[in-house]
Design a protein around this ligand. Structure first.
Ligand code: HPA
Ligand code: ZN
Length: 326
């Protein structure tokens, strides 16, 4: 069996996905039209041509601009439903997805509108497509602690729907320590914590995420390789890293997929997983991410199987559910 068919056929889980990052240009134009909002670009092709990034910030500027056309509950529903259909075709069985409440509440959209649209689509995805899910509310780290606290307060009314909290957006200059108190309160309220760390920021940010935010997974974490004590800690405690190969390539975290550290990390006994991050912006969903590294690094089917198993292992599914896949 070809490696393409093998990747397509194997049941997969996605653990690092920003729902706002699944906004395909075609849907963006459709929603902009029905909401009477003007997009800076006049065609889908023109918009896609703008997707050339030299770093995380250049991407974030375009990603937040795109999210501006999302206004109504059904916009958030359509966004999420479209993602679920896409990954359903790729044999993804379980997703743990981020949403960024502040990206929307700061524009006057209510927290309820955002989460209800997303959640209804996730419920429909479970019923109609058989995709199980968890939802993670992510704080924007370029904003202040007070704004994160306000967001946490808003999330408390939807505790039943939200499994965890995360930390994303501009990493350098916004260390995890900035949110230590918000995360402590989040844990007190029963949320599991994760954080983006070591994507562009230093290994020190990964230590902070572990020690100050008590995270159960590190999102990205590439820079852990700069610090062998940190690698030992992550390996010994089997703290999962949610890697995003195509994202790393598009944001110049790596210059070539052949240089992607995933195999080096597996060799160091790190619990690494493959994810798409913002697939509409980075040129690929789950299968494209797996295929990209499989080809660049000449991965065997055994290695791909191990990566897939890692994802189910690192997920927040109960053991009885995980066992179906590992
Ligand atoms: N890093 C930080 N923030 C983000 C990302 C990312 O890769 N994607 C969406 N928000
Ligand atoms: Zn991310």
């Amino acid at each position: 069996m070809s490696i393409e068919k093998f990747i397509e056929g194997i049941p997969k889980a996605e653990l690092h996905l920003h729902i706002e990052g699944t906004f395909e240009p075609e849907l963006m134009f459709e929603i902009a039209k029905r909401n009477n909002i003007k997009i800076k670009y006049s065609t889908v092709t023109e918009l896609k041509n703008a997707y050339k990034f030299n770093n995380l910030q250049e991407f974030l500027d375009i990603y937040y601009a795109g999210a501006n056309v999302l206004i109504h509950e059904n916009d958030f529903y359509d966004l999420t439903w479209s993602y679920l259909n896409k990954v359903h075709e790729q044999n993804v069985k379980h997703v743990e997805i981020f949403f960024d409440p502040q990206t929307h509440t700061d524009r006057g959209i209510s927290f309820d509108t955002v989460i209800t649209g997303i959640y209804k689509a996730l419920e429909d995805g479970k019923e109609k497509l058989g995709i199980t899910f968890r939802l993670i509310m992510s704080f924007l780290r370029h904003l202040d602690e007070a704004s994160a606290f306000k967001t946490l307060e808003q999330g408390l009314a939807y505790k039943k729907w939200i499994s965890g909290v995360g930390l994303d957006s501009s990493e350098i200059g916004n260390p995890p320590s900035k949110f230590e108190r918000v995360f402590a309160k989040s844990i007190e309220e029963g949320f599991i914590t994760v954080a983006h760390a070591g994507e562009e920021g230093p290994a020190e940010y990964i230590w902070e995420a572990l020690d100050l935010l008590n995270v159960k997974r590190i999102d990205h974490g590439n820079r852990c390789l700069d610090d062998h004590k940190l690698v030992d800690r992550l390996a010994t405690q089997q703290i999962p890293l949610t890697l995003c190969p195509l994202s790393n390539l598009e944001l110049k975290v790596v210059t070539d997929l052949k240089d992607h550290p995933i195999v080096k990390m597996m060799d160091k006994n790190l619990l690494v997983t493959v994810n798409s991050d913002d697939p509409a912006y980075f040129g690929g969903y789950m299968n494209e991410n797996y295929l990209g590294i499989a080809k660049a690094l000449n991965l065997s089917k055994r290695q791909i199987t191990e990566l897939v198993k890692n994802s189910f292992n690192a997920s927040w599914l109960p053991d009885t559910e995980k066992e179906k896949y590992i």
